[in-house]
Write a protein that binds this ligand. Structure first.
Ligand code: WT7
Length: 664
C-alpha cells in the first residue's frame, strides 16, 4: 500500500478573536458533570486523558449509553488492521436502544419527533417514543413478510418524513442493512447505488413536496430499479397522492404492507460488528463508495458525542437541519438523538418556502433549543439579511452548531448574532461520512475561535502529520489524521477492500505510524493548538511556489461585506504556476461593478497578503454545489477552463454551471 499525500500548505489566515463560554453553560454542561465526577480540573487535562486512554474511555461510555443483550468481552480489537473491531463478543440491537427501551419506560409519552410538513396548510405531527415503537414494529413485520432477513440490504429513497427513520429502525431491528440514497439524487444516482449494494427491497414514496409543489419520486425509483434484478419488491409510502405507475407483484403500498401486522416485534440480538448500514459517499474519482458502519460502535458514539458536544438535556428540542440521507442525518437526527431519548425536529422542505422566514418560524413555533446546520445554509440566510431573523422570537435557542465545510469567520459571526443574540456558542464539528461521528469539536466548556473546530474530542486523537508520519509542529499545516481507531469508524467499503485500504490506510502503512487513518483533509494548528481545516487535500492552489488552500482565499473574500459566496480556482500561469481566479456572488441588492472587484482584491490582499490576491474576479448569479451544499470546484474549474465538466450528477443546481464564464 503506497499512495502519495500532499505537501505542506501555507498558513495565511490569522483569527485572533476568542469567545469564552458563559459560566452557566460551563457549570451545567454534561461534560462538566463527568469531569467533576472524575476529578479533572481543566478541559485540557480531561481531553488528553480521554484521548490517551481511549479504550478505557469508550468502554465506560459503551456501558453508560447502551444496553447490551450480552456484554462484550473485548473493547477494541486491532489484530487485523486496518479492519478494526469494537465491542466484540457481545450482542446488541440499535432499535432496542433507540426506541424499545424508551417506549417501555417513563419516556413512552415523550416526543421522539416533531415533524413539520412543507405545505403550510398541513399540521405539524408529533410522534412519541411509544408510537414510534409501534410503527417501527409494524413495518419490521411487514418487511419480514416480504422475505427480508438479517444481512439483506434494503435501499431507501425517501424525502424528509418520519417514515424514513421508521424504515431505518425497522431494518435495524431485524438485522437488515439499510442503504439510504438522498431523494434529491436522480434515477441514475439511485440506480447505481441500489445495484451496487444488491438490495432485495427498496422503499420510496409516490412523491414529495418541494417549494409548495408535489414532485414525483416513485417515477425515478421505477426507472432506477428497472434494471436492478436484485430488487424483489418496491414499497411505496403515499405522501402526496400524485399519480404513479404500478408494477403488480413487485410494488406494494406501505399502508397495505403494515395492514394487520402486529405492533410487536422482537429485536434481533446482533454481533456488534454486524453492519448497521451502508452509505454511499462520492470520492474524488467517479464511482461512489459504499461506506459500511457497524452496529455496536454506532449505538455508542453518536449518542455520546451528541450528549457532550450539544449538551442534550431532558427538555431540549434538538434540530439538525441536514437531510437524513446524509451521514449527519443518520447520526444526529436518527441514531444519536434516539439512543439518548431526546426530541428532534424533522422539517420536510426548503428553507425559503413560503419565504426566507421559514426556519426562524419553525424555531419560534416549536421552541427549538439547539440548532445544527451547515455554513452553506448560513450564508444563504445571511445573503437575505437580518430582516428575517429580526421578525421572529429565537430566544428559545441556547446553543448553535455547524458542519459540512470550514465556516468562514464572517458567517460564524453572523450566525452568532442573528440566531444567537450575539451570545450563543457555536459548536463547529469536523467529521465525515467515514467517521460516523464528530472527531474535532468544541465542547460547551471550550473557548471558541471563529472558524476553528478546536480540538479532538475525548476518545479521539486527531493530529496533523506530514507525508512521512511526523507530527508537524504547531503553526504548520499538513494532513489531518486519526492515529487511533474509534467506535463509529467505517469498517469497509461494500465489496471493495482494495480501495478501502488504499484511500485511508496506505499513506502511512509503510511508516512507523501503520494503522493511521488519513482523513483526506488539510489542516493547520495555531500556537494554542486550535485546529483549522483547510479543505480537501486535492483542493489546493499552487501560486509562485506557495501551496494555498482554496478555502482560505474563499473565506477571506466572503469576509467582504458585499460578498455572499465565493469559489476560487487556479488558472494555469506561465510564471506563477497558477493564478487565482475568484467567482463571486454578491449580497442581494449589491451592484456588480468594477470598483467592487477592485475593492475585493485589495481586501484579500490586506487580509492574506499579496500572494493570495485573486488576479481576476467574476461575478456570477450562483455557484454549482453538491446536494449537501459543498461548492463543486472541480466542475467550476473545468467549465471556466473550457474543459469537459465530467459527471455532474451530484449537483443540486446544474444550471449554475453554464453561468460560469470562460477564463482562458
Ligand atoms: C468532509 C466530509 C460531516 C458530515 C457532513 C459532510 C468537510 C465537514 C467540516 C467542518 C471543515 C468540514 C471536510 C470533510 N467538513 N465538516 N466543521 N469544518 N470542514 O460529510 O460528505 O462525508 O464530507 O466535509 O472536508 O472531510 P461528508
Amino acid at each position: 500500500m503506497a499512495e502519495k499525500a500532499t505537501a505542506k500548505t501555507a498558513v495565511l489566515q490569522t483569527e485572533t478573536r476568542i469567545f469564552e463560554p458563559p459560566a452557566d453553560l460551563v457549570d451545567n454542561s454534561n461534560v462538566m458533570q463527568w469531569m467533576k465526577k472524575k476529578g479533572f480540573k481543566t478541559e485540557k487535562e480531561m481531553r488528553s486523558w480521554c484521548s490517551e486512554n481511549y479504550v478505557e474511555f469508550w468502554d465506560e461510555m459503551a456501558k453508560k449509553y447502551v444496553d447490551w443483550f450480552e456484554p462484550y468481552t473485548t473493547v477494541m480489537d486491532n489484530s487485523e488492521m486496518p479492519y478494526f473491531k469494537w465491542f466484540t463478543g457481545g450482542k446488541v440491537n440499535m432499535t432496542y436502544n433507540a426506541v424499545d427501551r424508551h417506549a417501555a419506560s417513563d419516556k413512552k409519552d415523550k416526543l421522539a419527533y416533531i415533524f413539520v410538513p412543507e405545505p403550510t396548510d398541513q399540521e405539524t405531527q408529533k410522534i412519541t417514543y411509544g408510537e414510534l415503537a409501534k410503527e417501527v414494529n409494524k413495518l419490521a413485520n411487514g418487511l419480514k413478510s416480504l422475505g427480508v432477513e438479517k444481512d439483506d440490504r434494503v435501499s431507501l429513497y425517501m424525502p424528509m418524513i418520519p417514515q424514513l427513520p421508521i424504515a431505518m429502525l425497522a431494518c435495524a431491528k431485524i438485522g437488515a442493512i439499510h442503504s439510504i440514497v438522498f431523494s434529491g439524487f436522480s434515477a441514475k444516482g439511485f440506480g447505481d447505488r441500489v445495484k451496487d449494494c444488491e438490495a432485495k427491497v427498496a422503499i420510496t414514496t409516490d412523491g414529495f413536496y418541494r417549494r409548495g409543489k408535489a414532485m414525483p419520486l416513485k417515477a425515478q425509483a421505477d426507472e432506477a430499479i428497472a434494471d436492478a434484478p436484485s430488487v424483489e419488491h418496491l414499497v411505496v409510502y403515499k405522501r402526496t397522492g400524485i399519480d404513479v405507475d404500478w408494477k403488480d407483484g413487485r410494488d406494494i403500498w406501505w399502508d397495505d404492507l403494515i395492514e394487520g401486522k402486529s405492533d410487536e416485534c422482537e429485536a434481533v440480538p446482533l454481533d456488534p460488528e454486524h453492519r448497521l448500514f451502508i452509505l454511499y459517499t462520492s470520492g474524488t474519482t467517479g464511482k461512489p463508495k459504499g461506506i459500511e458502519h457497524a452496529v455496536g460502535g454506532y449505538c455508542v458514539a453518536p449518542a455520546q458525542t451528541l450528549d457532550w458536544v450539544f449538551d442534550i438535556k431532558e427538555d431540549d428540542i434538538w434540530w439538525c437541519t441536514a437531510d437524513i440521507g446524509w451521514i449527519t442525518g443518520h447520526s444526529y437526527i436518527v441514531y444519536g438523538p434516539l439512543v439518548l431519548g431526546c426530541t428532534s425536529m424533522i422539517y420536510e422542505g426548503s428553507p425559503d418556502y413560503p419565504d426566507f422566514g421559514r426556519w426562524y418560524k419553525i424555531i419560534e413555533d416549536n421552541k427549538v433549543t439547539i440548532i445544527y446546520t451547515a455554513p452553506t445554509a448560513i450564508r444563504m440566510l445571511m445573503k437575505q439579511g437580518s430582516k428575517w431573523p429580526e421578525k421572529y422570537d429565537l430566544t428559545s435557542l441556547r446553543l448553535l452548531g455547524s458542519v459540512g465545510e470550514p465556516i468562514n469567520p464572517e458567517a460564524w459571526i453572523w450566525y452568532r448574532k442573528n440566531f444567537g443574540a450575539d451570545k450563543l456558542q457555536i459548536m463547529d464539528t469536523w467529521w465525515q461520512t467515514e467517521s460516523g461521528t464528530f472527531i474535532n469539536s468544541p465542547l460547551p466548556i471550550t473557548p471558541l475561535k471563529p472558524g476553528s473546530c478546536t480540538f479532538p474530542l475525548p476518545g479521539y486523537n486527531a493530529t496533523i502529520y506530514d507525508e512521512l508520519g511526523n507530527e508537524v509542529p504547531l503553526g504548520e499545516g499538513g494532513n489531518i489524521v486519526q492515529p487511533t481507531p474509534w467506535p463509529s469508524m467505517l469498517r469497509a467499503f461494500y465489496k471493495d477492500t482494495e480501495r478501502y485500504q488504499k484511500e485511508y490506510w496506505s499513506v502511512y502503512w509503510d511508516t512507523p505510524k501503520r494503522g493511521t487513518y488519513l482523513a483526506g483533509d488539510k489542516a493547520t494548528r495555531d500556537k494554542d493548538g486550535y485546529f483549522w481545516i483547510q479543505g480537501r487535500i486535492d483542493d489546493v492552489l499552487s501560486v509562485a511556489g506557495h501551496r494555498i488552500a482554496n478555502a482560505e482565499v474563499e473565506s477571506a473574500i466572503v469576509a467582504h461585506p458585499s460578498v455572499a459566496e465565493s469559489a476560487v480556482v487556479g488558472k494555469p500561469d506561465e510564471i506563477k504556476g497558477e493564478s487565482i481566479v475568484a467567482f463571486v456572488t454578491v449580497i442581494t441588492g449589491v451592484e456588480e461593478t468594477d470598483d467592487l472587484k477592485k475593492d475585493i482584491r485589495t481586501f484579500v490582499r490586506k487580509s492574506l497578503g499579496p500572494v493570495a490576491m485573486p488576479s481576476e474576479i467574476h461575478f456570477v448569479p450562483d455557484l454549482p454545489k453538491t446536494r449537501s451544499g459543498k461548492i463543486m470546484r472541480r466542475v467550476i474549474k473545468a467549465q471556466s477552463l473550457g474543459k469537459p465538466t465530467g459527471d455532474v450528477s451530484a449537483l443540486a443546481n446544474p444550471e449554475a454551471v453554464e453561468t460560469i464564464p470562460l477564463i482562458v
